[in-house]
Every structure is written in structure tokens, then in C-alpha cells.
Design a protein around this ligand. Structure first.
Ligand code: ATP
Ligand code: MG
Length: 723
């Protein structure tokens, strides 16, 4: 077979990695040096040249999006579908594994995945059942504790509180949470990994099967694997010496979630015959961007150390902008993006705005909205996380598995159907006492006439609604089932009547859900028997990344964490202020500060052609006003690579006189308000003035409310006040 075309577009060390013979291989290299490219080419090489069958390959990536892209690239290169390959995230792959082995893992056939929100609610229920006070046992903290144990492979029985009262209680809550979870037939995210690891450990026959099957295991972003993920990889690879991992210690940004960059060193120790390949040429960024990023990361004392160089020209300097406040920062960025798109021929999706915390996205969204520029937020409130979608999915989950307590709680009285808190409390108590699911407890209460006739009738109707859909389920395709179910639940009417002004949007989202289901059905892997189960898993696993809408060319907004592995011609790295970035929680702790710096390095190295770094001298965030100092990371950039810029026509250090700034933050709107000003409305809550029109009694003002979105209000009646 002629391999030249495959290897032609690689440099020498890349080529060596791609075409290496058997044995473990670690590619350790900086950002943009082609690690992901090497991984993709390696798979293509294995399939095409080494004649490895598709089902012999397991590849782990960090996001579902990356997995899809990887599959697409390979299919493009080889000109044939590669559906038999296992490519996905740790969660996705372990889920697939457990679905195949539900009996061995002692799981119900239709087990569902509970996401972080379900988990949080379930913990709250557990605390309540145990009569523990939430102020002393904050549910978030308990959630963090439980997930941390699971990520380290520890079940309640492994924990020894050793007389420590606090630990004793925590372990007790953990145990109770687990038994409720198991009874409801649910797995949380951490369970996916832990349960499959346990199964592989307990069942040598199954382990052996997979060790035989996966002759090649490939891992991208290896620096961000945690202990249990690494254990899972080790187990699967056994003594096969078939691990191919690529990573960059300088981009380890998930230490706070238990990722262990030491896995890179462990790898070399655990597999002494590992070959390490280093890549030093960066193909992504201009010379200036690369030099600035290299200078920044050099401030981290604990690094494995490596060089990166580029053939590319120096390019533009890094542009630094000091904004008067956060509103002006967002206007500056949006103005620049408009310029790139209108005057320099860039597509909108070639421009990215990267920020440290999700709370920062709102102002950029407002400015983009006002400028009429389409945008897309990754990691905001994602499609599958919207309330109406979660409601509809909860109904579906009950159809799939009536014992799913999280789903039961969510929709038993949504829309309101006369099942009161008192009735629910009886159901919960019955469930606790006889250790059955809420569904069964409800059935018991009806059967024994323990509920009053009205409550009993209301609960019966709810149960029947679900049972009816279970019957339909068998006869129709899934999209039609979902459509009927949505109508039968009464959710559309309920949203229309609700007073939050979002009814229509919500209904459109529900319609979109039906479309999504239809698309999903079309692309379904023929191996999957249980379509509904597969769809629900898809919804739970993808919740973290995708929005079902917005295929339009749009400006990309995301946190630095979710920008990992991506690249954009133009990058705006915003909010470079002490307290925000580095985050105030991390500034004091040297280890966490290093992680913040790596995060900044990740952000800078996303940029291909131009990088802007911005900060505001005055910022209101989380309702507080601050005068933050510029981030130390700005000081760490070599001054000769950085150029200070000013916004065209805007005085830099002082707010410009309002009248001259039509359309700019601070410009006068009607009624003495200013564009960009924060206001409060007795019903809609807090918002920001977007625009205004008319005057006197006709004056109308447009406000983007945090809770309910943009609204036009007649100023004379609006009862607005400055926030
Ligand atoms: P990160 O650490 O950010 O994940 P990476 O090391 O995975 O980066 P890639 O995303 O694989 O880097 O590659 C960066 C860019 O460089 C991509 O656009 C890729 O196509 C390009 N590239 C990599 N190697 C080569 C090469 N040999 N010739 C031309 N372009 C290359
Ligand atoms: Mg990569």
C-alpha cells in the first residue's frame, strides 16, 4: 500500500509517531504542534497501512465534538465510514460499555444517567430525609465530596471516618445517596467510569475480551486524565504495550477536578519501554503570539520543559486594550469583530471571545445582540439544560424507567395537576420506609387508599399518563412518541400561560427537541436496540457542549476551559484582571496560580493570526463594583511584543461625554437613563439598558433582563429604577 500521501503532510517527528511500530508511545509537545493531527493520522495509518480492523481501535478525546471531528477527518482521509471504531469521551465510551454489559454490571437494562443538576437535587432530598440542616451540610459541598470519592475510586464501604464526626456524617450521606440512586436505576457521571472499572476488575473474562479486542488505544489531552481514567486505560491496555497518548503538561487545566498531570510521568514509569516523541514546531500561531505565550509559561517553575518555534512570520503584535469599564470592554471587542468581518473578510466564526468565568459572557452577548451580530455561546445554558427540555426529557425518562426518582420529582406536578406538597411528602415517606422508588410508593399509596380521594385521583392520572406513553412507545417511531408525549403532558399550554414571557421560545425549543430526536434516529448506530435509552443517554452526555440551534456563521464565545484543543484566526482574551484572572480563589496558592497561568497559555495559544488581551479598570461582577489591577499575566508578556490600542473615537481613561457617544455605552437613553446602565424592574428583575426610542410620554426603552431577556417597555409606566 502506498503510504506516502498519508505521511506527506507531516514533519519528521510527526511521521515517526504516526508510523511507529508496536509499543507504547507518548507524544509530549506544546500547543499547536500537531498532537491531535498526529493522533488522527495515526488512526488512519493503523486502518490503512497496518490493516488493523476498525473494531480493534479505541480512541479517547476530551469532548464529543472532538470525537465527531476525529471520525469525520478519518472518514474523509480514507473515503470509507469508520462506524465500528470506538471513539468518544471517557463518559461516552464507558457508557457504551455499561450498556453492553448491564447484566454483568447488575444494572437495570434501561438505566439512565443523572446529570449534575439531578445529582444536586437528589443530594438535597437525601439531606432532608436524614434531617440534616443544609446550612451546616451545604449540598454543593456534599456533592463535591461524593464526586471526589468516586473519582478516586472510593465507594462508601472503602471510607473509614475513624471517629471523625464530620466524616462520619458525610459518609452516611454518601451511603444514603447511593442507595437512592441504585434504587432509582440511575448512574451519575462519575459512576460511569467507576462502575466500568469495577466490572473490569471483577470479571477477568470480560477484561480479557476487551484486551484482545482493542489492539490499539489512543488518548488525546492526556495531561487532563484523572486517577480513575488512567486506571481504566491501564486495565484495558494490560500488558499489550498498545497505548498511544498525546499531551502537554503546560496545558493541564483540570487539576481542580482531580486531573493529574503526574500521569505523564507515571506513564513513563509504569511503561518503562515507552517511546517519547517531542514535537517542537508550532503550525498554528504567528511568531509574536508564540513568543508571548512561551514567555508567559516560562514563569511556571514546575514544568517538564520544552521548546516551541515557528516558521511563520512574526505577524501582528499582541494588542492590549484597557477599557474604562466592563461594558466598554465588550463594546470595544464587538467593534473590532465588526471591523474584521466587514473590512477584512473574516468569517464571524473565525473570531473567538474567551473568558475565565461564564458570568462574563452576558455583556458580550448584549453588545453583539445590539450590533446585530450572530453569536454562539459554548458552555452557557445549553440546549439540553434548558428547563423546558429538561422537563420533557424527565417525562421521557419516566417512560423509559418509572423508577427514575429524579425524573419523577421533576415533573410529578409540572404542569400543576393538583398534587400538593403534602401528598408528595407522603409519597417520599412511603418510598423511604419501604425502600422502593417514588413511583412504586405512589402506586402503593393508591392501592392501600392511604391518600384522600382527590390526591389519589390526581396521582393516578399522572401515573396513567406515563403508562399510556409506554404503550405508544412500542408502536411509533421515537420522534412521533416524543411529539405525542409532549402534547399529552400539557407542557406547551403550561408554558404559554406562564408569565415569564418566554412561553413561545419554550414551545419552539420543544419543537426543536422533536427535530433533534428525528435527526438522532436517522444517524443511529444500528447496534443500538433501545432507541429511547440511547437518545436519553445522548442528551445527558451532550448536555455539556451542544446547542441544537445556531448553525449560522457566528462569533464564538466560550470559557477558556472549553476552548481547549481549538484554534481561531482572531482571539480576544478578555477580563485580564487580578481577582478575575488569575481568579481570586487561586492567587494565593502557588499550585493553583500555576494552573491559572496554564489556562492563560491555553487561551493565548488558541490564536492563529491576531491576539487581543483586554482588561477593565472598573468592573461590576456578581453585583459588586471593583477597581481591579491589571492581571499579572499582562506584565509577564514581553513589552516589545505588545501594542497598546485605543478604541476609535473613545477616550480611553474617562467615560466620554454621553451625548457624543450615540450607540456607545454611557450614551443617553430616554428618561435620564444611559445605554449600558444597570436597572431594576419590580417584576422582571435586573437588566441592562440596550436602546431607546421616542420621547416624552411616547418614550420606550429596551432593557435586556437577566432572567427574562430583552423587552421594550413604555418608560412612563415601566417603574424602572437604577440598579
Ligand atoms: P493543542 O495543544 O492546542 O491541542 P495540537 O498539538 O493538538 O494543539 P493540532 O491542533 O493538531 O495541534 O495542530 C495545530 C494546527 O497545525 C492545525 O491547524 C494543524 O492542521 C496544523 N498542523 C499540524 N502539523 C502540521 C504539519 N506538519 N503541516 C502543516 N500543518 C500542520
Ligand atoms: Mg490538540
Amino acid at each position: 500500500m502506498d503510504v506516502t500521501p498519508l505521511l506527506d503532510s507531516l514533519n519528521e517527528p510527526q511521521r515517526q509517531a504516526v508510523s511507529a511500530d508496536s509499543g507504547n508511545l507518548l507524544v509530549l509537545a506544546g500547543a499547536g504542534s500537531g498532537k491531535t493531527r498526529v493522533l488522527v493520522y495515526r488512526i488512519a495509518w493503523l486502518l490503512q497501512v497496518a490493516q488493523v480492523p476498525q473494531w480493534g481501535i479505541l480512541a479517547v478525546t476530551f469532548t464529543n465534538k472532538a470525537a465527531r471531528e476525529m471520525r469525520g477527518r478519518i472518514e474523509e482521509m480514507l473515503g470509507t465510514p469508520v462506524g465500528g471504531m470506538w471513539v468518544g469521551t471517557f463518559h461516552g465510551l464507558t457508557h457504551r460499555f455499561l450498556r453492553a454489559h448491564w447484566q454483568d454490571a447488575k444494572l437495570p437494562q434501561h438505566f439512565q444517567i443523572m446529570d449534575a443538576d439531578d445529582q444536586f437535587r437528589s443530594i438535597k432530598r437525601t439531606l432532608k430525609a436524614m434531617q440534616l440542616d443544609e446550612s451546616r451540610w451545604p449540598p454543593r459541598q456534599v456533592q463535591g465530596f461524593i464526586n471526589k470519592q468516586k473519582d478516586e475510586g472510593l465507594r462508601p464501604s472503602h471510607l473509614d471516618p475513624a471517629g471523625d464526626f464530620y466524616m462520619e456524617k458525610m459518609v452516611e450521606v454518601y451511603r444514603e445517596y447511593e442507595s437512592a440512586r441504585i434504587q432509582a436505576g440511575l448512574l451519575d457521571f462519575a459512576d460511569l467510569l467507576l462502575s466500568s472499572l469495577e466490572l473490569l476488575r471483577e470479571r477477568p473474562d470480560i477484561l480479557h475480551h476487551y484486551q484482545q479486542r482493542f489492539r490499539h488505544i489512543l488518548v488525546d489531552e492526556f495531561q487532563d486524565t484523572n486517577a480513575i481514567q488512567y486506571a481504566w486505560l491501564r486495565l484495558l491496555s494490560g500488558n499489550n504495550d498498545n497505548l498511544f497518548a498525546v499531551g502537554d503538561d503546560d496545558q493541564s487545566i483540570y487539576g481542580w477536578r482531580g486531573a493529574r498531570v503526574e500521569n505523564i510521568q507515571s506513564f513513563q514509569q509504569d511503561y518503562p519501554n515507552t517511546r517519547t516523541v517531542r514535537l517542537e514546531q508550532n503550525y498554528r500561531s504567528t511568531g509574536n503570539i508564540l513568543a508571548a505565550a512561551n514567555a508567559l509559561i516560562a514563569n511556571n517553575p514546575t514544568r517538564l520543559g520544552k521548546n516551541l518555534w515557528t516558521d511563520d512570520s512574526d505577524g501582528e503584535p499582541i494588542r492590549r486594550y484597557t477599557a474604562f469599564n466592563e461594558v466598554e470592554e465588550s463594546r470595544f471587542v464587538v467593534e473590532r469583530i465588526r471591523g474584521f468581518v466587514q473590512n477584512e473578510g473574516y468569517r464571524r466564526d473565525e473570531c473567538a471571545i474567551l473568558y475565565r468565568t461564564t458570568a462574563q459572557s452576558r455583556l458580550f452577548e448584549e453588545s453583539l445582540m445590539q450590533a446585530g451580530i450572530p453569536y454562539r455561546v459554548y458552555g452557557g445554558l445549553r440546549f439540553f439544560e434548558r428547563a423546558e427540555i429538561r422537563d420533557a426529557l424527565a417525562y421521557l425518562r419516566l417512560v423509559s424507567n418509572p423508577d427514575d426518582d429524579a425524573a419523577f420529582e421533576r415533573v410529578v406536578n409540572t404542569p400543576t395537576r393538583g398534587i400538593g406538597e403534602r401528598t408528595l411528602e407522603m409519597v417520599r415517606q412511603q418510598s423511604r420506609e419501604s425502600r422502593v422508588s417514588l413511583w412504586r410508593a405512589a402506586e402503593d399509596l393508591i392501592r392501600t387508599s392511604a391518600l384522600g380521594p382527590r390526591a389519589s385521583g390526581a396521582v393516578r392520572r399522572f401515573l396513567d399518563l406515563i403508562l399510556e406513553q409506554r404503550r405508544i412507545d412500542a408502536e411509533l417511531d421515537l420522534a412521533e412518541t416524543v411529539n405525542r408525549l409532549i402534547q399529552a403532558t400539557g407542557l406547551p399550554d403550561f408554558y404559554l400561560k406562564s408569565k415569564d414571557g418566554k412561553g413561545q421560545d419554550r414551545i419552539e425549543n420543544l419543537e426543536q427537541l422533536v427535530d433533534t430526536v428525528a435527526r438522532f434516529e436517522q444517524d443511529l448506530d444500528p447496534e443500538e436496540g433501545d432507541i429511547l435509552g440511547a437518545f436519553l443517554a445522548h442528551a445527558a452526555l451532550e448536555a455539556g457542549e451542544t446547542q441544537a440551534d445556531a448553525y449560522e456563521d457566528s462569533v464564538q464565545l466560550m470559557t477558556l476551559h472549553s476552548a481547549k484543543g481549538l484554534e481561531f484566526p482572531i482571539v480576544f482574551l478578555v477580563g485580564l484582571e487580578e481577582g478575575l484572572f488569575p481568579h481570586s480563589l487561586s492567587a494565593e496558592d502557588p499550585e493553583r496560580l500555576e494552573e491559572e497561568r496554564r489556562l492563560c497559555y491555553v487561551g493565548m495559544t488558541r490564536a492563529m493570526q491576531q491576539l487581543f488581551v483586554t482588561h477593565a479598570e472598573n468592573r461590576r461582577l456578581y453585583g459588586r463594583e471593583d477597581y481591579p489591577a491589571p492581571s499579572r499575566f499582562l506584565r509577564e508578556l514581553p513589552p516589545d511584543l505588545v501594542e497598546e490600542v485605543r478604541a476609535a473615537g473613545v477616550a480611553r481613561r474617562h467615560p466620554a461625554p454621553a451625548a457624543k457617544m450615540a450607540g456607545k455605552a454611557g450614551a443617553a437613553a430616554a428618561g435620564g437613563y444611559q445605554l449600558g446602565q444597570h436597572v431594576r424592574h419590580p417584576k422582571f428583575g435586573e437588566g441592562v439598558v440596550l436602546s431607546s426610542e421616542g420621547s416624552g410620554t411616547n418614550a420606550r426603552i429596551q432593557v435586556n433582563f437577566r432572567e427574562v431577556g430583552a423587552k421594550w417597555l413604555v418608560l412612563a409606566y415601566a417603574r424602572l429604577e437604577p440598579a
